[in-house]
Ligand binder design. Sequence first.
Ligand code: C2E
Ligand code: MG
Ligand code: MG
Length: 413
Amino acid sequence: MKCEKARLLIIDDEAAVRNVLVEFLTPSYYCAAADSAAEALALLASQPFDLIVSDINMPQMSGLEMMSHIAETSPDSLIIMISGQRTIEFAIDAMRAGAFDYITKPFDLAEVKAAVDRALGHLTRTRNRSVTVRETSASRDLRHALEREELLVYYQPKITIGTGEVTGVEALVRWQHPHFGMLSPSEFIPAAEESGLIVEVGDFVLRSACAQLKRWHEAGATGLNVAVNVSPKQFKEGRLLEVVMEALNETKLDAQNLHLELTETSMIEDADCVLRVLTKLRETGVRVAIDDFGTGYSSLSYLKRLPIDFLKLDQSFVAGATTNPDDAALVMAIITLAHNLRLRVIAEGIETEEQLKFLKLLRCDEGQGYLFGRPAPADFMPFLSQMLMDVDAPEALKPGMTQAARSAKAAWM
Ligand code: C2E
Ligand code: MG
Ligand code: MG
């Protein structure tokens, strides 16, 4: 786990106080500073902070007036209010009433540091406790989640970079947990892997995705494919080949419309078994992608021997491609070498038009990311309504062009 510095936002209209606090706290924490409530709220809207250390007395908007806004923008941040002698009693009353969490005086730096440490200690304990509670009961309840139909499959569009057309979707599982709300895969897939339940979860996602793709094909989006993430356990302990064949037979889908995504590490860890089943699957026409490429250890020469069709460039490289020359060079090298191996490259996590332009320049084949659409339930796919506008589809499937579709399209203008 990365051990990152806690993020502090220091707000004070007096430059002298602000500077002393920033200088004093910077060696231990990441510190940003603001000279007014308005500047602080703007910063909070764009980045998260663990702890807010604010002057109570400021012109225009006081520290106390700022609290209701902070409760909306950063409900998880703790707040330390700095109060001078004149307002301290009033500030103590406000703290007791729950307006903020801690109080300190500005010029007693040892006291400031103690308050910061106390607040951060509390924050860490609370966060750890909630993560543990969620994870423990998540693994216990997952067993029932399938029976109670609490697992959902969301879909995220994949597009051809050269034309902007939607080529397919990736199926991404979610868990609508009765107590914890919507859980993302990172919150329960590790437990599912450990308990072996990933086999059932994976089969459910695979069957749901094939059935949904069939419905989309019937509605007119015939060119669409679906990508499903598979865990190595599904190869080893499950009957992946049989489940895939059953799902394809039931839906009468062409096998090449189904793509399976595996991470590099899972290919390496269970290499023999995974390779054997993958080879058979690929002979049936199913396509295979290596997911999160670049984060594992496989070399491109190793890729040459694998039965694969696509390489999904990990989103961390895409994120850095337009700002970090090392990432840009890596992206360039991976795309060129993958093309030499006749693999198509799908860039993950495209969020900005600059990233899209850069990838287009490098002839990256396909892309996926928030710029085109976030994962969403099957009946909430703006890109699809756009596709279906051109075909003879039921009117109910033809809402107007949404903002998301418009901005995706604008990226190619
Ligand atoms: P993945 O297969 O690499 O899926 C892409 C992840 O990136 C998704 O996260 C997606 O929501 C996120 N993403 C897409 N575009 C963007 C973007 O522009 N910016 C950012 N920051 N993120 C973006 P999600 O849905 O949380 O899934 C996380 C991982 O969980 C997946 O990574 C996949 O490895 C795993 N997973 C999801 N569904 C399944 C499943 O049915 N079976 C298995 N075995 N694993 C699954
Ligand atoms: Mg994936
Ligand atoms: Mg990925």
